[in-house]
Unconditional design. Structure first.
Length: 144
């Protein structure tokens, strides 16, 4: 094998001495202190960190959605369970739950399931067991 020659170095361009800026020395890093149990500081009060109550906006009373408050006509099958008078969707759901609780139709093990009796089976499209989430979908078909 042939020995390689070291590459020739180019002479560095010299800068004038006035152009050099003094380099600020960084302080030497401190050695980490030995671990000692630190004294617990008392907890800061949380009320001092919160914004003053005067800066909050005044609470605006929510207005109910008109679509939910609109009286709906009830079908004859659903009317046999909750009554035939026109009522909003919210009232229909309340009346259904009153009927379910009164007749103990909610499943004892899984409270989300409703065991339909003969009246509710007509409303639920012939299904014997319906989940509470599916119930609202099935009932909406009986509202106009």
């Amino acid at each position: 094998m042939a020995a390689k020659k070291p590459a020739a170095k180019k002479p560095a361009a010299k800068k004038p001495a006035a152009a050099k800026k003094p380099v600020a020395k960084k302080p030497a890093a401190k050695a980490p202190a030995a671990k000692t149990p630190a004294a617990k500081k008392p907890a800061a009060k949380t009320s001092a960190a919160k914004k003053p109550a005067a800066a909050k906006k005044p609470a605006v009373k929510r207005t109910p959605n008109a679509a939910f408050m609109k009286p709906m006509t009830v079908s004859a099958m659903l009317g046999a369970v909750i009554g035939t008078t026109p009522m909003p969707r919210t009232e229909v759901t309340k009346k259904l739950w009153e009927y379910i609780k009164k007749n103990k139709l909610q499943d004892a093990v899984n409270k989300r399931m409703i065991n339909a009796d003969e009246k509710l089976k007509a409303v639920f499209g012939g299904k014997k067991v319906v989940s509470m989430f599916e119930m609202t979908k099935l009932v909406s078909a009986h509202l106009k």
